[in-house]
Ligand binder design. Sequence first.
Ligand code: NDP
Length: 249
Amino acid sequence: MRSLTRDLTGEVAVVTGASSGIGAATARALADEGMSVALAARRAERLESLAADVADGPGEALAVPTDVTDRAAVDALIEGTVDAFGDLDVFVNNAGVMLLQQVADADPDDWETMVDVNLSALMYASKAALPHLRGGGDLVQVSSVAGRTTSETAAGYNATKWGVNAFTDALRKEETENGVRTTVIEPGAVETELQEHIPDEEVKRRIEGWVESMDALRPEDIAAGVLYAVGQPRHVSVNELMIRPTDQP
Ligand code: NDP
C-alpha cells in the first residue's frame, strides 16, 4: 500500500509571523519533521529563543528578523534562507494583524496596516518565493474563516482575508502547471496574541469573551493542518482547509 504522506526530512521552509501563535507552532511542527526552517517576524528575541528550542530536535531553524512589509527585507529573507539551507520547498505566509473596528469608528491607518501586512506583504512574498517553489513546492497562506464570511467590526480585516483567498486561487491557476501547490488555511478562533492588538477596548473585550466562551483551537491544531497539506504526495494538492473549534457557530 502506498504511503499517504511524504517524508519532509531535509526540506526547507520559511514561516512568517514565527514569533508567536500559529506561526511559531507551525515552524516547530515543520522542524519536528526534520525540516530546516527560517523564522521571520519582527521580534528577534522570540525567534532566537524558538531557534534554540528547535536545535534540540530533528530539524534546524534560523532566526531572520524581518518586517514583511519591507520588500527588500523579504528578498533578503529568501536569499538568506537559500544560502543557509538550499532552495525552498515550503513558504508559509502567516504574519497578520486583526485591528477590529466598526467602519464608522475606524482609523484608516489601521486599515492600511492590515492591508499592508495581511495582503500586500503576502502578495509580494508569494511572488518573491515563486521561482524557488517551481518544480515542486508549497505556498501556504494563513487566511481565516474571515476570508469566507463577514462580521460586524471585521470589514477591514474581512477585506484583507477575502483578498488573500482571491489572490491565491488565481495564483493557483497560473502556477499549478509549474508544480506549485497552494493551500489556503482558514482558522476559526485560535488562542493566540491576535486579539491583544484590537484598538477598540469594547470590541476587544467582546471578542476575548467570545473566544473564552468556547473550547478554542490551539496554535498546534492549525500547524497540524499545515503539515497535513504539505505532507501529501506531490500529485495531491490540498487547496483549502477551514478549521474551526467544534463549538464555534
Ligand atoms: P499572533 O498575534 O500570535 O501572531 C501574529 C504574527 O504576525 C506574529 O508573529 C507577529 O510577529 C507577526 N507580524 C505582525 N506584523 C508583522 C510584520 N509587519 N512583519 C513580520 N511579522 C509580523 O496571532 P496568530 O498566530 O493568531 O496569527 C497568525 C495568522 O493567523 C494571522 O494571519 C491571523 O490573521 C491568522 N488567523 C488567526 C486566528 C486566531 O483566532 N488567532 C483565526 C484566523 C486566522 P512580530 O510582532 O514579532 O513581527
